[in-house]
Design a protein around this ligand. Structure first.
Ligand code: SAH
Length: 234
């Protein structure tokens, strides 16, 4: 996508940020030759699907002005890295359980010179009990990581009371999973706020960000141990 096409999609970001995002797309596809970071191989498709979906979160950032953001299950750095490319005063932690992916992401971050970004290797279920991370984030983002009942338990330990979770979903999955996740949300002190809908360019159609707000501190026995949130959702 050119800068003009990006502006037409609703993102007028200026040449410096555009250059940074272009470099990210290049580095992502380069690392992808060695480590499986994305199934998408086409540059324009990376822009339309990965970059534009990440940038859709900028509207929410402008509303709630977070300082510290966790991207849970970041994979190739999505949406965390594009957000950090635009907001360089945002502190971003990129978490993933797969070492090889995080190493690749670490190289990309270094190459881009993003000083506010840190990578964090491990399972969400374990790291959410680590004091350095527990309830320290203003926002937790996640895309293509798990169904909402599971994702809620992964994320709730990281977000501070009053903070938010922003989960990227298809429209169908959002509608279905919000219902399925009622019990998990209430047990994890998360309150459903709203679904932010937006349209991706290039016939990719409508997508959703499901927004939850953390009402209070999380019970200390949550999240449960590794694998349980997925095998036996709350
Ligand atoms: N967010 C990226 C990657 C999605 S793939 C994107 O949108 O392209 C999902 C990623 O979540 C994988 O890299 C996987 O390692 C990670 N993941 C899944 N469950 C996890 C858990 N419990 N803790 C940490 N990472 C997890």
């Amino acid at each position: 996508m050119t800068g003009e096409e990006l502006a037409a999609a609703g993102f007028e970001l200026g040449p410096k940020i555009y250059a940074r995002l272009s470099r990210f797309v290049e580095l992502l596809l380069l690392e992808n030759q060695r480590v499986n970071l994305t199934a998408i191989r086409d540059v324009d498709e990376v822009w339309r699907l990965h970059i534009c979906e990440s940038l859709a979160l900028l509207a929410l950032i402008s509303e709630s002005r977070p300082r510290r953001l966790l991207d849970l299950g970041t994979g190739g750095g999505i949406p965390g890295i594009p957000l950090a490319c635009v907001r360089d005063n945002l502190e971003v932690v990129l978490l993933d359980a797969t070492r090889k992916k995080l190493d690749a992401v670490g190289r990309i971050v270094a190459e881009l010179g993003l000083s506010g970004v840190q990578t964090l290797w491990g399972r969400a279920e374990a790291l959410a009990h680590d004091e350095a991370y527990r309830e320290t984030f203003d926002v937790v983002t996640a895309r293509a990581v798990a169904a909402l009942p599971t994702l809620i338990e992964y994320a709730a330990g990281f977000v501070r009371p009053g903070g938010q979770c922003w989960f990227a979903k298809s429209i169908d999955a959002a509608e279905r999973e919000i219902e399925d996740a009622r019990s998990a949300a209430s047990q994890c002190a998360l309150q459903y706020v709203k679904t932010h809908r937006f349209t991706l360019p290039g016939h990719h159609g409508e997508r959703a960000i499901v927004i939850y707000m953390k009402r209070s501190r999380l019970r200390t026995d949550l999240p449960r141990s590794q694998g349980r949130p997925r095998r036996r959702p709350l």
